[in-house]
Design a binder for this molecule. Sequence first.
Ligand SMILES: Cc1cc2nc3c(=O)[nH]c(=O)nc-3n(C[C@H](O)[C@H](O)[C@H](O)COP(=O)(O)OP(=O)(O)OC[C@H]3O[C@@H](n4cnc5c(N)ncnc54)[C@H](O)[C@@H]3O)c2cc1C
Length: 398
Amino acid sequence: MADLEEFRVETNAWLRANGPASIVGTMQTNEEGIWGGRKAVFPSPDAKRWLAIMAERGWTAPTWPREYGGGGLSPDEARVLSQEMAKLRLPPPLVGFGLTMIGPTLLQFGNEDQRREHLPKICRGEIRWCQGYSEPDAGSDLASLKTRAVREGDDLVVTGQKVWTSYADKSDWIFALVRSDPHAKKQEGITFLLIDMATPGVSVRPIQLISGASPFCETYFDEVRVPLRNVIGALHGGWTVAKALLGHERSMIADVFGGGARKGASSALVEIARRHLDAPEGPLPDPIQRDRIAQTELDARCFALTVQRSRDGAKAGHRPGPETSMFKYYATELNERRHELMVRIAGPQGLGWEGEGFVAEDLALTRAWLRSRGNSIEGGTSEIQLNVIAKRVLGLPD
Ligand SMILES: Cc1cc2nc3c(=O)[nH]c(=O)nc-3n(C[C@H](O)[C@H](O)[C@H](O)COP(=O)(O)OP(=O)(O)OC[C@H]3O[C@@H](n4cnc5c(N)ncnc54)[C@H](O)[C@@H]3O)c2cc1C
């Protein structure tokens, strides 16, 4: 413990000395964060510098081994780092699916060459990743996927279509599930494959959403040649890898949307209530809204503490299991509930789209509310999470 306190003091001093003042309090949400990649966009030169400084220290991926570009910190040390960054309001230097999904999966299933090739580039923010799981006829029933991969010499030749590929148009590589054995039982004919999006035959088409944004795409593969060395795990053995990655994805979603409660989303709720209920300070005048806000705040805090308790209780090196379905389910339902409440409090002002007569924060709220509708779908729908909880956590019969 004394060591941890020493680490805290040193870390705080280092962050104070190296964290650029201009980025304090910025990039507080995942969407605003630095996603890296060949087409990386930085809001300022200091944000770019922050990524470089932190990557140099291994602190973009604090718990990953140092030989792959990580910081080699213990889970306790990583928590201290995150607490000290939060105190100083320093944003994460890098976000994205490399750090949260494919990186942890490569640490678990990748061979040494694959780890050495991909992990350091993720840590330095050089390559941005996207996820090619869903297809037009394979969402909840993911194992029905049809994108086919035919072996030709040392390559797999991939043809088919993925859909809802978040940020495919901004990404450099995709981790995809492909059907490599059409004759096997459906879970047993799937391969987990890494594909460079610059390979001839890959194309993407953005899809516009109800919120007005186009964060995801249709992704097409037309006879794309992918070397066999890009298979993660065994050929036809991708289902095990795919499920492990979903555990990481669900943890990440729970953290982003449930963790949002800790990082300012709940203060947004109070701020909106104060502005719309005309109560800059003191108790809110409307007892019904006050009650709903208090309940939402309490639920958010209890959830954050539960997630923290679960992480503290987990042994070092613990991999997310089916319990992540509980967190994913609760976090996303809570985030939807919070947005519903904010829009309800804002009344007609919370239903603006553009133009005169609206405050910018309220226009952003309308879009955030519409975006939150996707929370109970992405990463596996709420119904699917409930099925997983029933079967694999509670052990209930089919
Ligand atoms: C914001 C967002 C981002 C996404 N990003 C990605 C991405 O980057 N990569 C990617 O591959 N995919 C992505 N997806 C796709 C997502 O994983 C799928 O939409 C999801 O798995 C559901 O599949 P589906 O849309 O085909 O719906 P369906 O599977 O057709 O489901 C339709 C409805 O039926 C219900 N249902 C289906 N089966 C059952 C069952 N057995 N029991 C009970 N109810 C059931 C579902 O809960 C749902 O309400 C994203 C989705 C969203 C909304």
